[in-house]
Design a protein around this ligand. Structure first.
Ligand SMILES: Nc1ncnc2c1ncn2[C@@H]1O[C@H](COP(=O)(O)OP(=O)(O)OP(=O)(O)O)[C@@H](O)[C@H]1O
Length: 363
């Protein structure tokens, strides 16, 4: 991908861009001041502890709800925009909407509801490859089978952006492996940008090439996995004093574990690491994510690959965040309202919100 020599940002297409994004439920902010860019074609891991705001972010990106503040663009327009919405599929966590329909009836419903976008061949191939019984009722399928069906429904619509809210939760390792393999193969074939929320940290390695970590409703890590990992070091050695050796502590410490005579620390590299009686390696994705999850106070990092292309310059007091050309809270809502009020879910007629996994699948 071509690089912009001046800014270092990638100059490829952008799937999602958020600047100062915030969402509040009554008095409580679920997301606050979130700024990031997700380049097109990536498989992005969305990670964070419970209540971090992952589902809220996916709902905003899919247009199911709208932000209280800030700006959000999907394929260059508000998620509720006429051309953005049909390009997004959102697999939510929820009960099956039509548990009494059979697999075949569910596929038929999918075709009827998606005229002009439906690839029966794609859906049938996934259903066949995953050995889903066409005559079985959705409510009687296993959790893994429902997720396969939800993915068949989603990919049959050829979405350009696929949002998956914990699709692997509660599934056995074999089902998780097969679902991940299907996801990677289909996304590669169709060029789909995927946002995958998951707390199965070890299984994200090798699956995701982009990272968005939330904590307390804010962005803590964002960027290409290689960039984010490369900005850190895992250091292990023998303790000589009360804390970390000065050569290590000179770098911003994300998390340190001092046990007995040994220390292990994940640090943000601030220049070359000093040589000493310690070992310096690159952390694995799981080690890095665990360090950030265990240390909620560690400073955040947004790699250049996650910087919004249209982000305004440094903010001055009173200079509210926004994306040029788009009202700060997106376009007027159905009733001509601007920002601040959530969409009623039924005002989202085009984006498909498909219930998945242990809990269900619907067209
Ligand atoms: N409809 C709602 N009404 C009120 N508060 C909500 C609503 N949805 C989410 N919240 C609150 O917003 C915050 C973020 O919730 P969200 O579900 O987005 O987090 P999450 O990271 O997806 O969590 P989990 O991993 O547990 O699903 C939490 O404090 C949650 O209680």
């Amino acid at each position: 991908m071509a690089m912009d020599q001046v800014t270092g940002r990638t100059s490829g297409r952008t799937a999602v861009e958020a600047v100062g994004l915030g969402k509040r439920y009554r008095r409580r902010w679920a997301l606050r001041d979130c700024t990031f860019r997700l380049p097109a074609g990536r498989i992005c891991a969305l990670v964070g502890p419970g209540g971090a705001g992952k589902s809220t972010l996916l709902s905003l990106v899919s247009g199911l709800t709208r932000p209280r503040e800030g700006a959000l663009r999907v394929w260059g327009e508000a998620p509720s925009g006429a051309s953005a919405r049909p390009r997004i599929a959102h697999l939510t966590q929820g009960k099956p909407r039509y548990p009494r329909l059979t697999v075949a009836e569910t596929l038929r419903l999918g075709r009827e509801r998606n005229p002009g976008r439906w690839s029966g061949r794609c859906a049938e191939r996934i259903v066949r490859d995953c050995q889903l019984p066409l005559g079985a009722r959705v409510g009687a399928l296993s959790a893994g089978q429902r997720t396969f069906l939800a993915l068949a429904l989603a990919f049959a619509r050829s979405p350009e952006l696929l949002l998956l809210d914990e699709p692997l939760a509660g599934l056995d390792p074999l089902a998780r492996h097969r679902i991940t393999a299907l996801l990677l193969a289909q996304a590669a074939e169709q060029g789909t940008t995927v946002v995958l929320s998951s707390d199965l940290l070890a299984e994200l390695d090798g699956v995701c090439d982009h990272l968005l970590v939330l904590g307390g409703g804010r962005v803590r890590l964002a960027g290409e996995v290689d960039d984010v990992i490369g900005a850190h070091a895992l250091v292990m050695g023998q303790r000589r004093g009360a804390g970390l050796p000065p050569g290590i502590a000179a770098h911003p410490v994300v998390e340190a574990q001092l046990s007995g005579r040994h220390f292990t620390a994940v640090v943000r590299r601030k220049g070359p690491m000093a040589a000493g009686p310690w070992e310096v390696v690159e952390p694995s994705l799981e080690e890095l994510l665990l360090a950030y999850l265990r240390a909620p106070g560690a400073p955040g990092l947004s790699a250049p690959s996650a910087e919004p292309v249209s982000a305004p310059g440094p903010r001055r007091p009173g200079n509210k965040p926004g994306i040029p050309g788009l009202p700060r809270n997106g376009p007027p809502g159905p009733a001509g309202l601007r920002g601040g009020r959530p969409y009623p879910p039924d005002s989202a007629p085009h984006t498909r919100h498909i219930h998945h996994s242990g809990k269900g699948a619907a067209a």
